[in-house]
Design a protein around this ligand. Structure first.
Ligand code: AMP
Ligand code: MG
Length: 343
């Protein structure tokens, strides 16, 4: 298949948009920028198109997809028993990096919900994404535009590397602002539950909702237990190189890494200001420790660089905290398969 790459500077004119919208409506696949990460878009009504998303990504069938809409009216077309809390959240944080899990009306392709009676819905704020969804005139299923398991794409080159010749269009929108995937909150139960931390923080959710549970999928490895958000159980965001989190005082971490480097070749993924402590290792930095937004924006592209270090193991320094730190911590710990060494 020939993939048409639409460059960022070529203004998405009306004709191109209509072409892309038509392609989606007819069952094609389109990579589009969003404010979180790049998405692999398909018509959510179309069984074959949705099935192609799973094929092209190599995504496990039991990992449901998020449906993207550009208009609040769409929510009621797709979902039933919508609680007031959903409207409150939509008013505050839509369009934006927030996904709500709600009871489904079951009008979309079955594999979107992977057998659950709920559907995950988001209204992105990225203007290109919104224009593409509007042009398609259908709800758009869009997981991250990467091969499953690899770090999510935050720059168009990541999508080209993973999906060139497997999709109809790749639309360049520059670097993604948020850099990590949307916050997922489940509103289908008695108490709202955070299934995945992201650009809208836990604190922003509790401001609107009051009590919000945090799924154990957010904090720990769930490889072998039943989960409410099936996607959370898979190893994710991972380079081929083994990644281990090294937690604790930086001097002790440096000492530990030095010892390890006598036995094997070692890389380090750390904060800018810690670089000087790891002189015996190949180092990649991903931003200032006190700038969680920058860490979130850089994390996935830096994880993609890890294999280029050609080392046996990479030790990563991981933030722990609230706000955006929670999303960075979650993604990095998942990339490490929750392997953590305390020093
Ligand atoms: P991705 O498409 O890679 O951003 O992943 C979508 C995330 O949303 C995965 O973690 C899914 O498990 C989660 N998700 C999608 N639909 C549902 C749903 N109906 N119920 C719970 N989690 C969902
Ligand atoms: Mg993904």
């Amino acid at each position: 298949m020939i993939t048409k790459v639409i460059p960022i500077n070529e203004n998405l004119n009306k004709n191109t948009l209509e072409e892309i919208g038509e392609c989606l409506r007819r069952g094609g696949l389109v990579v589009m920028p969003t404010e979180t990460v790049y998405g692999l878009a398909a018509n959510a009504y179309d069984d074959d198109a949705v099935s192609n998303i799973f094929k092209v990504k190599g995504r496990p069938q039991d990992n449901p997809l998020i449906v993207h809409i550009a208009d609040l009216d769409e929510l009621e077309r797709l979902c039933c028993d919508i609680p007031q809390s959903a409207y409150k959240l939509a008013k505050m944080y839509w369009p934006g990096p927030l996904t709500m899990v709600l009871k489904s009306k079951n009008i979309l392709s079955k594999s979107i919900s992977a057998g659950l009676d709920t559907v995950a819905v988001r209204m992105p704020s990225n203007e290109v994404a919104r224009a593409i969804i509007k042009a398609s005139k259908v709800p758009i299923a869009a997981p991250s535009a990467n091969i499953s398991g690899r770090p999510s794409p935050t720059e168009v080159i990541h999508c080209i590397n993973d999906l060139n010749e497997k999709v109809d269009y790749i639309v360049d929108g520059g670097r993604c602002n948020v850099g990590v995937e949307s916050t997922v909150v489940d509103l289908s139960g008695a108490t709202p539950c955070l299934l995945r931390p992201g650009g809208i923080t836990y604190e922003q959710l509790t401001e609107v909702l009051g009590k919000v549970d945090i799924s154990s999928a957010v904090t720990g490895s769930l490889m072998n237990s039943p989960v409410r958000s099936p996607g959370m159980k898979y190893r994710h965001y991972a380079p081929n190189t083994k990644v281990v989190i090294i937690r604790g005082d930086k001097d002790k971490a440096a000492e530990y890494v030095l010892k390890q480097s006598e036995k094997q070749s070692v890389g380090v993924l750390c904060f800018d200001e810690e670089k000087v402590f790891f002189h015996n290792a190949k180092v990649i930095t991903y931003g200032r420790m006190d700038d969680p937004q920058q860490l979130a924006q850089n994390l996935f592209s830096k994880l993609r660089q890890v294999d280029g270090l050609n080392v046996d193991i990479v030790f990563a320094r991981c933030p722990e905290g609230d706000g955006i730190y929670r999303a960075v911590e979650n993604r990095l710990k998942k990339a490490a398969g929750f392997n953590i060494i305390d020093v």
